[in-house]
Design a protein around this ligand. Structure first.
Ligand code: EPU
Length: 420
């Protein structure tokens, strides 16, 4: 298996181009199931998760062209090719496969999707997705590990979500786009990726208002048309490289990064003593010699993102002072802690709270993690550790960071992939 090898201690300097957002691309690929004809997406990140979603669409009968480039074209299936089932093999490798549920039921009246089950970062149920579809008139049956959802034509409903689930909202917005009548989603997720999906669906002819606020209103339409669209830059990728620049006391321009998607992250960087400035080409991040400890509580957007918690924890390890980090979104998202401990970090976890005593001199080690952002945090730790760090299980990184070693090497990091 491949590994990433990092020699720590280099100050990063230069420009890092930010790729299209993984968590925007995945629902947008699913949205291509809604219209007849061929939709074209640009700025598609070259990531394992995007390839998995493209494979799922192909299995459902859609014609997906352009994998491996930053343009994907997705054409609707010949009637004899259409399938309405997302199998366990794919769903277990990528939970976001569940995003095909809403579009398939809305357009074809039926979908059968393997239940995702628990994952490394928590239980992650899909009860809110199903509750919403049921409120729109769908019949939901569970059998043999699959959820079978049927409804001739979904009808609009008022749905109050118990939690502002991101993919749950995305599924329900896509379902409601072709439902009969008006759907109101309350306690909706406000993430930029939800806004992006609504924007694209509106380009397709949907009538969606309020995306980016807690109440989203969708007037169902009878059909949607294919579109061409360039995907927004990845705020979590940008945030990850911002931490890399800060921790190495570097000076890096994150090309294309959008400050309005990163407000909570930028606020915490500034509170740590890092200089962050919006420029025409993106976001410039300069690390001060002295990084101060800050406390973090993860929250749904616009709060501090759970997908940046592990990266900030690494910065807390080397900051001056003690940081208290609370992970409020997922119940098991501290898998990086024991690995950081092996590199010399001083962290105590009690339930959802981690206490990080800063000032550690991290030392390189062989480490691995069981999820994407935890793996990214280990690469960051390697950038400031003395000696050599080997990050194993690189396939987690490949799910969400396009060419991470090339991008970091491009700003001076001593980092390489060893193909194994
Ligand atoms: N939840 C429920 N019931 C549901 C759905 C969610 O209880 O029906 C709970 C979850 O268990 C969790 C909370 O609600 O405690 C929030 O989960 P959410 O559904 O919002 O997460 P998600 O949609 O499965 C997306 C991102 C994640 C990101 C989270 C939170 C995609 C494809 N994934 O997941 O991204 O962490 O939102 O912001 O958009 C990553 O990129 O590394 C990643 C894990």
């Amino acid at each position: 298996m491949d590994k990433i090898v990092v020699e720590g201690g280099v100050r990063l300097s230069g420009k890092i181009p930010i790729s299209g957002a993984k968590n925007a691309a995945l629902p947008l690929l699913a949205a291509a199931l809604l219209p007849s004809g061929r939709s074209i997406y640009k700025n598609v990140p070259g990531l394992a998760d995007v390839r998995t979603m493209a494979k799922l669409l192909t299995m459902l009968g859609w014609e997906v062209e352009g994998s491996g480039t930053d343009t994907l074209s997705i054409g609707s299936p010949a009637p004899d090719k259409l399938k309405l089932e997302a199998p366990y093999d794919l769903v277990k490798t990528m939970r976001a496969s569940v995003l095909v549920l809403g579009p398939l039921v809305a357009r074809y009246g039926r979908a059968r999707v393997s239940l995702p089950g628990g994952c490394a970062i928590g239980a992650r149920p899909i009860d809110q997705h199903l509750k919403g579809l049921q409120a729109m008139g769908a019949e939901v049956k569970l059998d043999h590990g699959y959820v079978d959802v049927t409804c001739k034509r979904l009808r609009g409903a008022t749905i109050v979500l118990d939690v502002p689930t991101v993919t749950g909202c995305e599924n329900l917005i896509m379902a409601a786009a072709l439902a009969q009548g008006r759907t109101v989603l309350e306690n909706a997720a406000r993430e930029p990726e939800v806004e992006e999906l609504a924007l694209v669906l509106n380009k397709m002819g949907a009538k969606i208002q309020g995306a980016g606020t807690p109440i989203i209103t969708i007037e169902g339409v009878d059909e949607l048309k294919p579109i061409e669209h360039a995907i927004i830059p990845d705020r979590i990728e940008a945030g990850t490289y911002a931490v890399a620049a800060a921790m190495t006391h570097g000076d890096v321009l994150l090309e294309g990064a959008r400050p309005e998607h990163l407000e909570a992250v930028i606020a915490k960087l500034r509170a740590s003593g890092v200089t962050v400035a919006a420029e025409a080409g993106g976001l410039r991040v300069k690390g001060d010699a002295d990084i101060r400890a800050v406390d973090i509580v993860t929250q749904p957007h616009p709060g501090f993102p759970t997908d940046m918690q592990a990266q900030f924890m690494v910065m807390a390890c080397v900051a001056r002072g003690q940081s208290i980090i609370k992970e409020m979104i997922f119940e098991n998202r501290y898998m990086h802690v024991p690995e950081l401990g092996r590199m010399g970090a001083d962290i105590t976890v009690d339930g959802r709270t981690a206490v990080v005593r800063g000032g550690a001199q991290l030392t390189g080690a062989a480490v691995m993690a069981t999820d994407l952002r935890a793996s990214a945090s280990l690469v960051l730790a390697g950038l400031v550790a003395s000696g050599t760090t080997e990050v194993l299980r690189v396939y987690h990184l490949d799910r969400g960071y396009e060419q991470i070693e090339q991008k970091l090497a491009g700003v001076g990091a001593k980092i390489r992939r060893v193909v194994g």
